[in-house]
Structure formats: structure tokens, C-alpha cells
Write a protein that binds this ligand. Sequence first.
Ligand code: NAD
Ligand code: MG
Length: 389
Amino acid sequence: MKRRVSIFGSTGSIGQNTVDLINRNPDDYDVIALTGASNIQQLARDAIRLCADVAITADVSRLDDLRTALDGSGIDSEAGSSAINEAGHRPTDWVMSAIVGAAGLTPGLHALQQGATVALANKESLVCAGELILQTAKQNGAQLLPVDSEHSGVFQALAGEDISTVDRIIITASGGAFRDWPLEKLAHATLAQASSHPNWDMGQRITIDSASMFNKAMEIIETKEYFGISANKIEVLVHPESLIHALVGFNDGALIAHVGPTDMRHAIGYALHWPKRQPLPVERLDFARIGTFSFRAPDEKRWPALRLAREVMERGGLAGTVFNAAKEVALNGFVSGDISFINMAEIVDKVLNSVAVDHIDAPMTLDNIMYVDQISRNAAINEIKQRAG
Ligand code: NAD
Ligand code: MG
């Protein structure tokens, strides 16, 4: 029987890698919904290629363009964030959640509510709403599978193991664009410089988050939430080659590492075929050619985001929602040239220590998350204005 699949964020970097894998065995899948935002031609092309039921753009002003691009294909077109959220309710067996930012939370949550298997690339979901996501999955018998390379690596290393025997989880970080920069130069880092990653080819936002290590900060929080492990057992290790994605340390001293090429089709494919393994079109590593793996300790002066992640985990509750919202706005500020690279962490720190104080203990409902997300965004916008003005 064909598996019904949807790809939320199909036009992005993760989305396109998912489309690539599905398109290699199109007869195995019945594609329900593809979603995108401004890249209408790509969205329509993939919807036609994969014979999707519906293509949805987040951008309402582009609905006519989408209709035109799909003309004669028989594929439905919709627009707006509510249409994307509703797509999560369409009966599906497997969903790729790969929208960037907090916008990815609701459609993924809806997919879990109908008991679908959700491959979670959208890290903001677990950072903003970890408890809600996990509870929803449990209550509805839905399977949540990690797609981030580090978490997929941990998940694979834990297969058949008892989590209570885990002493530590080490997730690696390349160090991003500014790993070797003198600290005093960081204040002058440009958008173009922050947007180039030494090893991975990813969306622009996550690439900048890799340079600031906000990406790794989110991943520490994700690790705590997804694997239910205490924060003090999670370590970050800088590994410039990005070939070891994660290591799990057990109580007998053994470490199981996940090693693989820097190709997200591995983690995506693992989640697509789980619980089986299937051949994937990724490079096979040649260790003799690679020669060495190197490691260093992360420096919190260079990457203050790592300290902020620890703070978020200590505070608990909705602190992750505040952190993510402030980070998204600060990132927008850097992308649009209103603030400098190092201002981003300062703004998140400031917002975390203002908004968080009053609001993080509210119960973790979707309404409370949306409310705290909004006031955190407003607080971050004010911080940007103060710096810009
Ligand atoms: P991307 O920017 O390449 O793609 C983002 C997708 O989301 C696009 O389809 C875009 O149209 C859509 N989108 C953007 N804003 C939207 C909105 N407001 N509403 C609805 N749709 C919107 O991003 P990406 O690199 O593919 O990352 C996607 C998610 O996966 C992120 O959460 C990222 O952190 C995570 N992730 C990415 C990688 C990677 O290798 N790229 C690895 C691990 C995790
Ligand atoms: Mg990652």
C-alpha cells in the first residue's frame, strides 16, 4: 500500500532533500500536501512532479501565481498560514515538518493529533513547545522522529539501549563561519560572511544560527526534550569536520558515535524508512582519505548562545518560547542590517531576563505559547529599535 505523505516546507533545503528521496520511488507514496512560501515555481513544479493533492503557499498575495503555475494539473491550490495549519489535519501517514521558525509548530502539532508519524526537522517545535509536542504524540499514538543530524545520530545510537544507562549525550558543532575568527572581529561580521557554512549546505537562517551557535543552543534544548535527559548530561563538542554528528556515553564507559557524510538525506531517509534501513544515495566515507578527526571545547565567550541555552533549561516552562521568539526577531534584525552579529545574543539575553520573569510559568498550551511568543517578539523589536535608534 502507498504511504500518504506531506512535506511542510517542501521548497526549503530540508524540503528539497525530502522531495528528492520521495521522487526516487514515487510509486511508494501518495503525496497529499506540499507547502512553501515565496518560491511558487518550485512549489508548483514539485506538486506536479509528485502528483500532490494540494500545494499551499504561506503568502496569500501569491495565490493567483500558484493557480496559474498549476493550471491544468488538477492540483488544488491554497494560501495563508491557516491553510498550512489545516493541512496538518489532512489524513496522512508520514509528515516532514520542515518549515523554518515557530510557524512550523502548529501544522506539525496537527499532524501528531491525527496520529501521523512526524519527521521533525523544525527544531523550533521542541524548543518552544517540547512538553506539548511530546504529550500530543503520546496521547494520539503518533511517532515523532528526529531529523536534525545530531538527534538522528543519538536516536540511532540509542536503538535497543536503555536510556537510564546513558551517562551523557555529546552533540557536535562545526563551529560555523566564525570558528577561527579573532573575537574582536565578530562585531563587524557581515551578513554574507555569516551566511556561509564550512561543511553543510542549508537554509540561510540555520546557517547564520550555526555561526552564532544559536543553532547548537536550540539543539541542546531539543536533546533535553526529545530524549528526556537532564541538562547536565548534555555536552557540546566542536568538531570542525562535521562527520561525527553525536556520541552517546553509557554507564560502562562505552561511547557509541554516529558518523556520516554531511548530507541531510541520511537523517531524512532514516526517518522516512524507519524502523527499517533502506539504501540511501549518500556518499560512503573513506576514513583513510579523511585521515583525522579533530575536536575542541566550545568557547562561551565566542558563542554566548550556549550559555543562554543552559539558562533556558534551568528556567524551564515557557522559557524556550521566549528564547526562540527573541532569537527569530534578532536574526531578522541582523539579516535586515539593523543590528550587528553580536547584538543578537545580547537581545535574546535581555528579553529572556525581562519577559521570561513574568510569563514562563503559565501552563504550556498552544494559546499561552502564541501569547508568550508574541510578547517576546515585541520585546525583541523594542530592543532592536533602541540599538538602531
Ligand atoms: P529553508 O529556509 O531552506 O526552508 C524553509 C521552508 O519553510 C521553505 O519551504 C519556506 O517556504 C518555508 N517557510 C518559511 N517561512 C514560512 C512561514 N512563515 N510559513 C510557512 N512556511 C514558511 O530552511 P531549512 O534549512 O530547510 O530548515 C527548515 C527547518 O529544519 C528549520 O527549522 C531548520 O532549523 C531545520 N533544520 C535544517 C537543517 C538543514 O540542513 N537545512 C538541518 C537540521 C534542521
Ligand atoms: Mg543539526
